[in-house]
Write a protein that binds this ligand. Structure first.
Ligand code: NAD
Length: 313
């Protein structure tokens, strides 16, 4: 078994103690089963959604808005609608033609903000290039922002009072919790600093008590930032960004990246095989973080419905 505190130099007992000491007999990492955890989250969402309907006489509702017919977006949107049905959440489809103007989209968002059957509003990104996604997200009522990307919700997370939490980072935290990875005190490196994943991921990790470093295209020495991390979250969108040999023995590795190789295979940002030899835990791609994003979206819809019902009572 590999040492878990090599090169740390802090001598922080709490930090090193949380890094795994029990690994599978073959010496490889514990492979985090995102599909199984997502199914568990969805099961509890379904119970809460049916309870909500029993109490309030209507199911929680999600409006899913798509502009145009980008094939990848269409698959995501279809999956979200299907997942709603399976979880007892009403889904309201708004498929707008590619030629829709930003003003028309904003008018729809305003109407959905006022629609009492709608607890969550999801505008599928990316939007056509002529539209400003920030203006569209800003227009969503923060109480219905189930993607958790509205500045109000990100701001609340930054202030340690999370309300509707950004789905993918929230999914990573849920995986860590389910696998008993105690994040408090750990050194975490987030690779990627986007508004959707990297930045809110850093806020979530701070909320969980980790000591967080965020890397981006301006980072001088990515290797050393990853090497000392006990938790690595990769969210770049480039295969092979993190070679397995950079992974600190025993670290927890969450690979958010989704990349398609020339042969059509889906891979993450981390070199999986070699990283899995060193890591304590690792998420595969596919089947790791991916299934959690939609599960946390559904969880946010029920949370938004309950919050709104409480506010209206
Ligand atoms: P993005 O392009 O908006 O951001 C990428 C970030 O990576 C930027 O902050 C950039 O500075 C940083 N970066 C680029 N090259 C780098 C390098 N060499 N070293 C360090 N940092 C570097 O992407 P995004 O929307 O955050 O998505 C990232 C990846 O996650 C993509 O593969 C995307 O498909 C995937 N994703 C997955 C899920 C999921 O549910 N699993 C959800 C959202 C995004």
């Amino acid at each position: 078994m590999k040492a878990t505190s090599a090169g740390d130099g802090t001598g922080a007992a709490a930090t090193t103690a949380a890094v795994p000491t029990a690994r599978p007999a073959d010496g490889g990492a514990i492979v985090i089963d995102g599909k199984a955890v997502a199914a568990k989250v969805r099961q509890s969402v379904s119970v809460l959604a049916h309870e909500f309907e029993g109490r309030f006489g209507r199911p929680p509702g999600l409006a899913v808005v798509q502009v145009g017919d980008d094939p990848a977006s269409s698959i995501y949107v279809r999956n979200k609608r299907k997942s709603c049905q399976e979880s007892g959440i009403a889904s309201f489809a708004h498929d707008l033609p590619a030629g829709t103007t930003e003003a028309q989209l904003l008018a729809l968002v305003h109407a959905l903000n006022l629609d009492q059957r709608v607890d969550g509003i999801l505008v599928q990104l990316p939007l056509p290039g002529r539209m400003d996604p920030n203006r569209v997200i800003d227009a969503i009522d923060p109480a219905k922002d189930v993607d958790g990307l509205h500045p109000v919700n990100v701001g609340l997370l930054a202030q340690k009072r999370p309300r509707l939490r950004p789905c993918t980072p929230y999914g990573v935290i849920t995986l860590a919790t389910e696998y008993g990875i105690a994040l408090r005190g750990l050194r975490a490196t987030v690779v990627g600093a986007s508004n959707i994943v990297g930045r809110p991921m850093a806020l979530e990790l701070m909320l969980a008590g980790a000591t967080v470093t965020v890397c981006h295209t301006g980072t001088r020495d990515l290797k050393s930032e990853v090497e000392r991390a006990e938790v690595v979250v990769a969210a770049v969108g480039k295969p092979g960004t993190i070679p397995g040999e950079w992974i600190r023995p025993g670290a927890a590795v969450f690979d958010v990246g989704i990349n398609r190789t020339a042969t059509g295979k889906l891979v993450g940002d981390v070199e999986y095989e070699s990283a899995a030899q060193r890591a304590g835990w690792i998420t595969p791609v596919p089947g790791g973080v991916g299934p959690m994003t939609i599960a946390m979206l559904l969880s946010n819809v029920v949370a938004a419905a309950l919050l709104r019902a409480g506010n209206q009572a």
